[in-house]
Design a protein around this ligand. Structure first.
Ligand code: 8YV
Length: 326
C-alpha cells in the first residue's frame, strides 16, 4: 500500500496536470465530463487530505464535516467565493487560488466584451445570419463610441487595472474607478485615474462600466434597478466578476426599457442557469464564463493549483494561499 497523500481532483482537468499530480499523490481523478458537486463531491472527501477544485465546488462548514482528513484545497480560480474561508480556517484547512496567471487574459476578455457590447457585434452577426441585410443604411446598428469615452471600473484589483490600462493607453479613454482602497499615487498618475469614493459616482459618470470586484456577501445585487437608473441612457454595463453582483432580472427590465443602452455578461447568478428574461433582450451580449478561457491560461491555472498542492504537502506552505485579509 502506498503511503502517498490521497487527493481528490473534483473537476475534470488537463491530462498533463493529472500526470503531474500522480507523481506526488494517490489521485482520485474526475474522468467524467462534468464537475463533481454536492453529494458526488462530499461523498468522496473522507480519506482525502487534499482536493483540486474549480469554482464549481462549495466548501463550507457543512461540507467540511464530511472531510475529517482534509488539510488543503487548491481552487483553480482567482475568485474563491465558493470557499467559506472562516470555516476552512476553523477546521485548519489551507486554501489556495490562482492569481496573476489569468490577469491579462481575463482583462483581454473584459475589453472584448466591452467592445462587442458597445459596437453591437453579436447583434449584428445575428442580423446578418438571419438574412436581414438587404441595404446599407446610415442608422443601421449604431453603437456607442469606445475610444475617447469614459471608462468606469468598480473593483480595481489586478484585472481591473489590466482593463484600465487597455482603455487608457490603447483607446484614449478617461478613467473613473471605485475600489475599497485608492490606487497608489504612481498608478493613479499613470492611468490618469479619477477615484470615486462611491460606486454611484462611477455609475453616473461612466460611458462603459466594468464590474471586476470580488464576490463577497456585501456584493450581492450591488447593482440593481436603483443603481442602473443612475447610469446614462447611452451607457453599457459589463460584468466579468461574478453572477449575483448584478440583479439580472432588473437588468433585463432596464435593457428593455432603454434605461441603459446595452450590457455584456460573462457570469450569472446560479450559472450555468441564468435569468431567461435576458434572452428577450437584443442589446445584451451573453457568454458562458469564459474570461480566462485560453488554452495557455487555463493550463497555467491548472498547473498553479497542482503546484500549490505539491508545495503544501512537500514543504507545508502553499505557493499562493488565500488569506482572509481582503
Ligand atoms: C475560472 C474565474 O475559469 O478565476 C476565476 O475566478 O472566474 C475563472 O477564471 C472559473 O472560476 C473556473 O474555476
Amino acid at each position: 500500500m502506498s503511503e502517498r497523500p490521497h487527493i481528490l481532483v473534483a473537476s475534470p482537468t488537463f491530462p498533463e496536470v493529472l500526470d503531474k499530480l500522480r507523481q506526488h499523490f494517490d489521485v482520485e481523478p474526475n474522468l467524467s465530463d462534468d464537475a463533481w458537486t454536492g453529494e458526488a463531491f462530499t461523498s468522496r472527501l473522507p480519506g482525502k487530505v487534499g482536493a483540486f477544485l474549480t469554482g464549481a465546488q462549495t466548501v463550507n462548514a457543512e461540507v467540511l464535516a464530511h472531510a475529517p482528513d482534509l488539510k488543503m484545497v487548491a481552487n483553480m480560480a482567482v475568485g474563491y467565493n465558493n470557499l467559506e474561508i472562516p470555516a476552512l480556517e476553523q477546521a485548519g484547512v489551507v486554501a489556495s487560488n490562482t492569481p496573476d496567471v489569468l490577469t491579462e487574459t481575463t482583462a483581454d476578455f473584459g475589453f472584448a466584451l466591452l467592445m462587442a457590447t458597445a459596437r453591437r457585434v453579436t447583434e449584428a452577426e445575428h442580423y446578418l445570419r438571419a438574412g436581414h441585410w438587404g441595404k446599407w443604411s446610415y442608422d443601421l446598428l449604431l453603437g456607442s463610441e469606445v475610444h475617447g469615452s469614459t471608462l468606469g471600473i468598480i473593483g480595481m484589483g489586478r484585472i481591473g487595472q489590466g482593463i484600465a490600462r487597455r482603455g487608457v493607453h490603447g483607446f484614449g479613454m478617461s478613467l473613473i474607478y471605485h475600489n475599497r482602497s485608492q490606487l497608489d499615487a504612481a498608478t493613479e498618475s499613470e492611468l490618469k485615474a479619477h477615484y470615486a469614493p462611491t460606486k454611484e459616482e462611477v455609475l453616473r459618470q461612466a460611458d462603459h462600466v466594468v464590474l471586476v470586484l470580488p464576490y463577497t456577501p456585501a456584493a450581492y445585487h450591488l447593482i440593481g434597478a436603483a443603481e442602473i437608473a443612475l447610469m446614462k441612457p447611452t451607457a453599457t454595463l459589463i460584468n466579468i466578476a461574478r453572477g449575483g453582483i448584478v440583479d439580472d432580472k432588473a437588468l433585463a427590465q432596464a435593457l428593455q426599457a432603454g434605461t441603459i443602452a446595452a450590457a455584456g455578461l460573462d457570469v450569472f447568478e446560479g450559472e450555468p442557469a441564468f435569468a431567461k428574461e435576458l434572452l428577450e433582450c437584443n442589446n445584451v451580449v451573453l457568454t458562458p464564463h469564459i474570461a480566462s478561457a485560453t488554452r495557455t491560461t487555463r493550463l497555467k491555472m491548472a498547473h498553479l493549483a497542482a503546484d500549490n498542492l505539491i508545495a503544501f504537502f512537500t514543504t507545508g506552505q502553499a505557493l499562493t494561499p488565500v488569506t482572509t485579509a481582503r
